[in-house]
Write a protein that binds this ligand. Structure first.
Ligand SMILES: [Fe+2]
Ligand SMILES: [Fe+2]
Length: 494
């Protein structure tokens, strides 16, 4: 009864907290939408209109219309971001980043084509490049569409202060948006920075025949064809060159785990990994093997393999607080021989909490911080629970005091790390001789986690778990350099 009351008050508190978080989230998104709409409208008034006349009675309706259009487009953009990123837990960071990149690209594009006096000089691909790297392809496409539509609105309702050929402007916008879409489809996210840059520089070449065709369609046979090609290509190359420093700035500013950053974090000369290698060599080796397994499993179920490898490398950094208390770092001396099971368990289970603290101190991406905390979920530390049971003379023993504090894995990658971690640790202690025994052991280890309901809070399916098990069965022997002995099995059968 008392437990039920406690549960109810906890559920009530969690509900209140999530309501508060949602309101806070909505408030910040609302501010980003209003701010973006104001900035884009004011800039448009400056660049293609006479700013002061925009507030006269005749132009007031057009000015209001432009502001409302900007507002609606940014609301649409934020709904898209929410839809596309909700699978990985939308964060206010994604909303701000999309708004900032859309604004920077719009301002840069309008400034370039009006100052250079060539409507084809539109580096619209800039937001595409940055957003496919830092968020995802669909958000990048939506941002390009918002920029394109608002540019058309801006040119359509320009007050005539500056003379634009509307049909040329529409052709240039279509052409540059198509160039951004082409980059979006063909650019490969897992390229190195240099390959990504080279691809971004060469891809716009494919759009140049369209620039020539559209210029000819306007019956312009002059040198203007050449200028249009030069400015269109030049603007896209400029976008590719600006993209690199912008990605580096946003990675640092928003602590984003894009593939470039994950590859850098996986470099074994990273200070935290170096510390793990020197202070806890057993844990370091274990993490590398878990990294290989997790990467293969993530690829097999369509998750980000770079994220899985990186999270695995750092999942046990919490053991740095007291490496000797973990079996993989012990040789002959085992400090647990001198401790009562309760103390041993608290020493072991605290590595998830300390790992979270250390990961935050080292500014690791939030996805990795979460995995440091979640990779054991609420599993019990079986060995010390059994030891405590043998020491206790009579009565039951509550298992709660011998379990990790949780939370359970919240993402598919956290679940992969939990499975790979459990299997690697068990197989390191004892590798079965026969294939059947080996597969049965892996199945048993995963079934135990399922029985403990460790995957209840993440979107992993039974199909995914079957693929993960099969991947580990195939990959683990080659990583451990150990072979399942088929001869023994044949002999046993005989
Ligand atoms: Fe761990
Ligand atoms: Fe581990």
């Amino acid at each position: 009864m008392i437990d039920d009351v406690k549960d109810l008050s906890r559920v009530e508190k969690e509900k209140k907290l999530s309501r508060k978080k949602f309101t806070n989230f909505l408030g910040k998104t609302f501010i980003s939408v209003i701010l973006s709409a104001v900035i884009i409208s004011v800039f448009t008034l400056f660049i293609v209109n006479d700013f002061l006349s925009a507030f006269t009675v005749e132009r007031a309706l057009v000015t209001t219309g432009q502001f409302v259009s900007a507002l609606l487009l940014f609301i649409l953009l934020q709904i898209g971001v929410y839809k596309y990123t909700s699978k990985n837990g939308s964060s206010i960071r994604d909303f701000w980043l999309t708004s900032i990149m859309t604004l920077i690209t719009y301002i840069g594009t309008m400034a370039a084509c009006t100052l250079l006096d060539n409507l084809y000089a539109m580096p619209i691909a800039l937001s595409t490049l940055v957003l496919i790297e830092l968020i995802d392809r669909r958000t990048a496409t939506l941002s390009t569409a918002v920029i394109g539509v608002f540019m058309m609105i801006a040119f359509l309702f320009a007050d005539g202060t500056k003379v634009f050929d509307l049909s040329v402007a529409v052709s240039a916008i279509v052409c540059n948006c198509m160039c951004a879409v082409l980059i979006n489809f063909l650019e490969h996210k897992h390229y190195s920075r240099l390959k990504f840059l080279i691809a971004a520089i060469f891809m716009p070449l494919a759009m140049q025949p369209l620039v020539v065709t559209l210029t000819l369609a306007h019956r312009d046979l002059s040198i203007q064809i050449l200028w249009n090609v030069v400015w269109c290509y030049g603007a896209n190359v400029a976008a590719a060159l600006v993209f690199m420093p912008l990605v580096a700035i946003f990675e640092g500013m928003f602590n984003i785990a894009d593939d470039f950053r994950l590859n850098e974090l996986c470099n074994l000369s990273n200070p935290l990994l170096k510390r793990l290698a020197s202070e806890a060599p057993g844990t370091f080796n274990h993490s590398l093997v878990v990294g290989n397994l997790s990467e293969a499993c993530a690829s097999a179920i369509g998750e980000n393999p770079n994220m899985a490898r990186c999270a695995a490398y750092y999942h046990d950094i919490g053991k740095l607080k007291a490496p000797i208390y973990f079996s993989e770092n012990q040789s002959s001396y085992n400090p647990h021989d001198e401790l009562i099971p309760e103390v041993s368990v608290s020493m072991i289970t605290s590595h998830t909490l300390f790992g979270e603290i250390l990961a935050k101190q080292n500014r690791l991406p939030k996805e990795i911080v979460a995995i440091c905390r979640e990779h054991h979920g609420t599993s019990p530390v079986g060995y010390f629970y059994r030891k405590a049971l043998t020491l206790k003379e009579e009565g039951d023993l509550a298992v709660d005091k011998y379990t990790y504090a949780g939370p359970k894995p919240q993402t598919k990658i956290a679940a992969i790390i939990m499975i790979a971690d459990t299997i690697e640790a068990a197989m390191r202690a004892y590798m079965p001789d026969t294939k059947d025994e080996y597969e049965a052991r892996i199945n048993k280890l995963v079934d135990e986690k399922l029985e403990l309901r460790q995957f209840d809070e993440c979107p992993i399916t039974m199909g995914d778990i079957a693929i993960i098990k099969q991947t580990i069965i195939e990959v683990l022997p080659s990583i451990h350099h150990s072979r399942v002995n088929y001869d023994k099995k044949r002999k046993a059968n005989r």
